[in-house]
Design a protein around this ligand. Sequence first.
Ligand SMILES: [Cu+2]
Length: 250
Amino acid sequence: MLDWWLPENVSTYGQEIDWLFHLIYYITGVTFVLVFVTMLVFLVMYRDRPGRRARYTHGNTTLEIVWTVVPALILVILTILSVPAWSKIKMTMPETDFVVQVTAKQFNWQVTYPGPDGQFGTADDKTLLDEMHVPVNKVVRVILKSQDVIHSFFVPQFRMKQDAVPGREIRQWFEVVKPGRYEWPCAELCGFGHSGMRGWIYVHTPDEYGKWAAQNLTADAAPAAAEPKPEGTKAETTKAEPKKEGKAKK
Ligand SMILES: [Cu+2]
């Protein structure tokens, strides 16, 4: 019923997120209406009238217990209902041979493919800037890192969001069921260029993906986007990144 205002879901686990989202939305919506109706009724009932005097009341203990216990119970129930989705999306890692490394930095997504040898950190790695290409109906594992501050990997249509935290390697996964081009913004305020930090994820049919990979990931293919590969080292000189003092540490 609320589907019309969320972005289209194209991931295998999106429905589980949406169902919880809608449930929470209904609960908060009903609460909102009840609270406002009560407030309006009380505003009229207890308005100032000639001859009325304010009187002291110390409250109602039963009522206070009820309105503390009921919300607490709702939260506990929501937690329990969220467990299946959480454990499926965040706690399990489906088998796959498709792995990419994403290193966030102010203000780009650096996407590294292992190249023909299937190993990261070797000479044939290919790094793209702000774009990722993946095949449809395939589990994609992302090894998420950050080079500087906290960023957040967010693809609304995939129902996937995960912080990238400096010093940590966080593994995430997604599987998309519909080819297309999906916006990939950073969802964590990460500095003055945050609003411009976004990439695109291209989801191809297997054929198209094969073609793209042959043109861009093979040994002789020129790296599709700049950015030399020894990441994390001083090598990132090509980008005339603003001289904010915050970066001085590197
Ligand atoms: Cu960011």
